[in-house]
Design a binder for this molecule. Structure first.
Ligand code: ADP
Ligand code: MG
Ligand code: ZN
Length: 476
């Protein structure tokens, strides 16, 4: 019997609003414990929540980016459960009337276009954090995270492999970063994922008993946890054991999972509309306005780069990986319309310099587009060689020194003085009698060797056309 995996994801993502979801405490990571708190997010009795309009807008933005329907009315509900990091003993969430319904995540895998349906995207609040302190053998509670805005993206069980699950996550992360609603840092917990896994006989469409694994904190962990769970369920089936619906914890170090608790149903949470928060009517004009201001998504950009700019697929992918780079590329084209040349410099030099200097792409690049255009123009008119271009870039990337001035300062403007170049050519020919003989014996490739030697001796400045011409003339 051949099995297939059935996988659904629940993805939680912290929104980067200035303040929390229902109070005006700062929404920032890494503050001293329990300092970003107030009566509302501490869950003190009688404190009243006020919805955050920006969080609402971000949730709609996310929904529109995945083609969701935006509900006319959204309702906040209380999801009741006890946990030490949840002082109110309920989480404000949404059940019957979430902000976004339906939609899908589209991506490409091994040349195939795939689409995974979404069930919903809703807005809720994060809980606090329990910290286990081995020194005092006690647990501490930090409520800075309490009430930070979260969206939960729930997929239908359309995913069939761990690699597909990772693709879905990558696409979601890329999209949320592009529309600038979350920084999606898995290591800081601003993007978290629960996976639901079941197996069935291939070719059937039954939904069998599933397990859920909580809070996987890297793509790698998601992949390994799913693969492990699929194997575990297949083994159980083969041994005639019955799978129970439960919540599991993945231990990424040991590479195994273990049972956390039996699975709760939504009616265990006794959801009911929060009496402190009125239903919210979402005007169509408001939604249209958000829609009209959405940035172009990576998928659209990639298509344009390939079809309109004639770039290879590889370039299109690399350039759209990060929104700032993609914007940088497009802005540069407005002043220097040679897509392949711009792409080459970004891919070979600029991305390398960003990495070498450990620049954070969340922040604006120090190197300006105007300056980049000056450099591109010098290269295009052959005032500088390709090698010098890299040298100049390395010198001005952080300081943003004027490209032309830098070329002059470093004496990198191409030398087209035939007399000077001739001196070098003659010198090189004199010093390499064996290569000269080779050339005379008909080995054309020695030309490249001479070319290299002359360029080196001129410190990359000799004009290549002139060098070739002079070498050929003098080898005769
Ligand atoms: P809950 O809120 O109790 O976790 P949901 O019905 O909202 O339950 O489903 C949660 C996730 O589980 C969704 O991503 C859904 O696609 C997935 N899912 C539902 N049934 C199955 C199944 N039989 N196998 C795998 N995943 C499933
Ligand atoms: Mg769940
Ligand atoms: Zn607060």
């Amino acid at each position: 019997m051949e099995f297939e995996a059935v996988i659904g994801l629940e993805i939680h993502c912290e929104l980067k609003t200035k303040t929390k979801n229902f109070c005006s405490c700062k929404n920032e990571f890494g503050f001293n414990m329990n300092t970003n708190v107030c009566p509302v997010c501490l869950g003190l009795p009688g404190a009243l929540p006020v919805p955050n309009k920006t969080a609402f807008e971000y949730c709609i933005k996310a929904g529109l980016s995945f083609g969701c329907d935006i509900n006319d009315i959204a309702i906040f509900e209380r999801k009741n459960y006890f946990y030490p990091d949840l002082p109110k003993a309920y989480q404000i969430s949404q059940l019957e009337k979430p902000i976004c319904l339906n939609g899908c995540v589209e991506f490409e895998e091994e040349g195939l276009e795939k689409s995974i349906r979404l069930n919903r995207i809703h807005l809720e609040e994060d809980a606090g954090k329990s910290i286990h302190d081995n020194l005092t053998n006690s647990s501490l509670i930090d409520l800075n995270r309490s009430s930070v805005p979260l969206i939960e993206i729930v997929t239908e069980p359309d995913i069939r492999s761990s690699s597909e699950a990772v693709k879905v996550l990558e696409t979601i992360k890329e999209t949320l970063k592009y529309i600038d609603v979350s920084d999606c840092k898995m290591q800081e917990g601003s993007l978290r994922c629960d996976v639901n896994v079941s197996i069935r006989e291939k070719g059937t469409d039954k939904l069998n008993t599933r397990t859920e694994m909580k809070n996987l904190s890297s793509f790698k962990a998601v992949q390994r946890a799913i693969d492990f769970e699929i194997q575990r369920q297949i083994e159980m089936f083969k041994n005639g054991e019955k799978l129970t619906q439960e919540t599991l914890r993945w231990d990424d170090e040991k590479g195994v999972n273990y049972s956390l608790r039996s699975k709760e149903e939504s009616n265990d949470y006794k959801y009911f509309p929060d009496p402190d928060l009125l239903p919210i009517k979402i005007e169509r004009d408001y939604v249209s306005k958000i829609k009209n201001n959405l940035p172009r998504l990576p998928k659209t950009r990639r298509k344009q780069y390939i079809e309109e700019f004639n770039l290879p697929e590889y370039d299109a992918k690399v350039l759209t990986n990060d929104k700032q780079i993609s914007d940088f590329f497009e802005e540069t084209l407005k002043q220097f319309n040679n897509p392949k040349q711009v792409s080459n410099l970004i891919m070979s030099d600029i991305l390398r310099l960003i990495k070498q200097n450990e620049l954070n792409l969340e922040e604006k690049l120090p190197f300006s587009i105007d300056n980049f255009v000056k450099l591109l123009k010098m290269l295009d008119s052959k005032e500088i060689t390709r090698t010098s271009c890299t040298t100049i870039l390395e010198n001005i990337f952080i300081t943003n020194e004027d490209a032309i001035k830098c070329a002059e300062r470093l004496n990198l403007k191409v030398n087209d003085n035939e007399d000077e170049i001739l001196q070098i050519v003659l010198e090189v020919i004199k010093n390499n009698p064996n290569a000269v003989q080779d050339y005379k014996n008909g080995n054309e490739r020695t030309l490249t060797f001479f070319m290299g030697q002359v360029m080196k001796a001129s410190r990359g400045r000799a004009k290549p056309d002139t060098v070739t011409k002079l070498i050929k003339e003098n080898l005769k």
